[in-house]
Ligand binder design. Structure first.
Ligand SMILES: C[C@H](O)[C@@H](O)CC(=O)C(=O)O
Ligand SMILES: [Mg+2]
Length: 443
């Protein structure tokens, strides 16, 4: 039962000094401090439940997003929670249509990341009030109700509400069996944690040995800064993992279109399944060109982690510019907008392989991909969810990985809540960790 009036929203700049060990590094982000604009919403209900939400950022970017969250807060504070989730499409539109703030978007960039942080907190609270993990709240939801959370504006030329309804109705068939299957075996995952760009060859080897021992069979390697380095690192990883395990490459937008084609052709001998973000995330036709050129080599295109809204995804799908669609729980407008992308991917028959390289992204996106499998795609073919092995210890409900698969979370909510002590220590700039770093002490 939905209840309470929202009486407060707070937002905190939380940063982890991951760059000091090169965790998370890639060809474009060479000093990534994994960070979050962390939102907490409170209501006047007597249950004491709070909603926790975040969006993923890197270091300095966080303070800008924090400002945007504060600017948007006026739309949610002092509202009945029932009024928000009871007509979620309306609320989503209100938040994304603020007459002054939309000028610095619309539905992209800082203001959209802020929207994601706030809405993620709303979904967390809604799931908690219903006493269910978010994936289960979605799976159990009536199709009409689910659709009422989605803003279809700008995508009806690709997917109508009626088509989406039919898909969700159809998705009910066999849903119970798929849910049981997930509870037993989990959702298949791949790891990116063996081969961040700043890791040494020795680190790469040791991490591959450990990952293989832990049962991982799918590996992603960062590329794009230096071709001879890429050839050496891909050779090393391919030798370590053998011919049958999967290898994916990620360039994080480093190249021009022709440069991408030339560079990746030189890595084709290592049999990568995909090249991720070969060029600008906004260059839909460029991706289509790269896709055509690399198809004879059997290399697909993956993208999405910086695809800023459903309209971009629509065009990527229409232009046949990607083979693997990488939703992100914190870049799009939360669950609402991700639902629309999952449904478009289903219509265009493109597998969804979520992005999770960041703090908290694994915790959140597991819910979306579980819902996708159980209620929308009903397929595991060519599908896997990213996993990175960092910072889970700071979450109250961290992910559980078994045999290289995400096991469905059981606690109510969206797994977004961080431990209070972690927030206190990592708050920027006054948290203990940052005070020590700023004053030059070892941490
Ligand atoms: C800066 C992030 O670590 C980025 O490299 C993550 C990424 O591209 C991925 O996980 O994929
Ligand atoms: Mg990536």
């Amino acid at each position: 039962m939905v209840r309470g009036r929202v009486i407060a929203l707070s937002v905190t700049d939380v940063r982890f000094p991951t760059s000091s060990d090169q965790h998370g590094s890639d060809a474009m982000h060479t000093d990534p401090d994994y960070s979050a604009a962390y939102v907490v919403i409170e209501t006047d209900a007597t249950d004491g439940l709070k909603g926790y939400g975040l969006t993923f950022t890197l270091g300095k970017g966080t303070e800008v997003v924090v400002c945007a969250v504060k600017a948007l807060a006026v739309h949610i504070v002092d509202r009945e929670f029932e009024e928000i989730v009871g007509d979620f499409r309306r609320f989503y539109r209100q938040l994304t249509s603020d007459g002054q703030l939309r000028w610095i978007g619309p539905e992209k960039g800082v203001v959209h990341l802020a929207t994601a942080a706030i809405l993620n907190a709303v979904w967390d609270l809604w799931a908690k009030q219903e006493g269910k993990p978010l994936w289960k709240l979605l799976v159990d939801m009536d199709p009409q109700k689910l659709l009422s959370c989605i803003d279809f504006r700008y995508i009806t030329d690709a997917l109508t509400e009626e088509e989406a309804y039919d898909m969700l109705k159809h998705g009910k068939l066999g849903q119970k069996e798929r849910e049981e299957q997930m509870l037993k075996n989990g959702y298949p995952a791949y790891t990116t944690s063996c081969a961040w760009l700043g890791y040494s060859d020795q680190q790469l080897k040791e991490l591959c040995v450990k990952a293989l021992k832990d049962g991982w069979t799918r590996f992603k390697v960062k590329v794009g800064a230096d071709l001879p380095d890429d050839i050496r690192r891909c050779k090393l990883v391919r030798e370590m993992i053998g011919p049958d395990n999967l290898l994916m490459l990620d360039a994080n937008q480093r190249w021009d279109v022709q440069e991408a084609i030339d560079w990746v052709s030189k890595l084709a001998e290592f049999k990568p399944l995909w090249i991720e973000e070969p060029t600008s995330p906004d260059d839909i036709l460029g991706h289509a060109t790269i896709s055509k050129a690399l198809a004879p080599l059997g290399i697909g295109i993956a993208t999405g982690e910086q695809c800023h809204n459903r309209v971009m995804f629509k065009q990527f799908l229409q232009a046949k510019a990607l083979h693997y669609l990488q939703i992100d729980s914190c870049r799009l407008g939360s669950v609402n907008e991700n639902l629309s992308v999952l449904l478009m991917a289903k219509k265009f028959q493109i597998p969804v392989c979520p992005h999770a390289g960041g703090v908290g992204l694994c915790e959140l996106v597991q819910h979306l991909i579980l819902f996708d499998y159980i209620s929308v795609s009903a397929s595991l073919e060519n599908r896997m969810c990213e996993y990175v092995d960092h910072l889970h210890e700071h979450f109250k409900y961290p992910v559980t990985i078994k045999k290289a698969a995400y096991m469905p979370p059981q606690d109510a909510g969206y797994s977004t809540e961080m431990k209070e002590e972690s927030v206190r220590q990592h708050r920027f700039p006054d948290g203990g960790i940052w005070q020590k770093l700023i004053s030059g002490q070892n941490v």
